[in-house]
Design a protein around this ligand. Sequence first.
Ligand code: SF4
Length: 364
Amino acid sequence: MAGIYVHVPFCTAKCAYCDFYSVARPDYADAYVGAVEQEFAARLSELAGETVETLYFGGGTPSLLSPGQFGRLASIFDISGLKEFTIEVNPDDVSPDKVKAWIDAGVDRVSIGVQSLDDGELRTVGRRHDSKQALSAIELLQRSGISNISGDLIYGLPGQTASSFVCSLKRLISSGIRHLSAYSLGYEEGTRLWRWLQEGRVVPADDDLTLEMYKSLCRVAASAGFEHYEISNFALPGFRSLHNSAYWCGTPYLGLGPGAHSLDSCGVRRYVPSDIKSYLKAPCTASVIDDEDETDRANDRIMVSLRTAGGLDLTLFDDGDRAKIKAAALPWLESGDLVESPSGFAIPERSWMLSDAIIRDLLL
Ligand code: SF4
């Protein structure tokens, strides 16, 4: 099996914390759709005939595309064998005509960037929507027949308290979402938020507050019946993201559009440089092979899999690497922050906040 990821690199304005590639040039959208069609035709062989089971339109903001543009982009792909077709949306883009276009094109899962249900927190980081729009958008999607909805939240926002985070979390869960992605706010170099930090205009949440929010997140999600299946992801039974789960298991996927990454069926990684103008000029030859060796690939596997509940499968490593990983794991096994799993090791939920340190130690 395989997946396809399409990076739609347009946003109306940049959110203060975001370092994903996007440009405020929706006037490029028509040319972009044509370019993706050409790129897909040129690169389909990278999947070596694997059945494509998941299609994921991320960004950027795929929901900025007009119904016509979205329909043309979706029509590039054969959706007959798909098990999941996801689109990432911003709440303020969700309108009846767009929802109809998404459904007509075969979308059956929507990931909505709620981030917070506190309007002050949303304004602070430059989100375009407010809490009312987010909840109305979820209701419109549900009324239109899309029940498989994932909501994104951020914890550790400037000015956010543990109680305001829990309030957002409970209201979002009450809206009837089936999947939740909750991320700790990062201060990525080059973002406005990072600049504010350098200028002393913003105070990051301290470790104790972040830990308190994380523990509340795990507790509230569990009491609502959500399974915590990846460090930042929770799902009601039967609603795990098939696309992301496949990615975490090392399943091949083809990434199209500027800023997209790929893994082909021979284990080779590629990326399309984050430059819309170059991409539009030569979409068929835009992708570049990642400069990584066997050790880099093994380390990628360690990093990604230890963030999942299933953990690391040691049978995928050769004898030498397996011995090194086992030796590095010993102190963490003794402390209980790493546990044995049927085929290797896993980090228990209570220790996921230590995952960066554990993974660093286990890297080859
Ligand atoms: S967070 Fe989403 S909407 Fe905001 S700039 Fe990044 S990709 Fe665009």
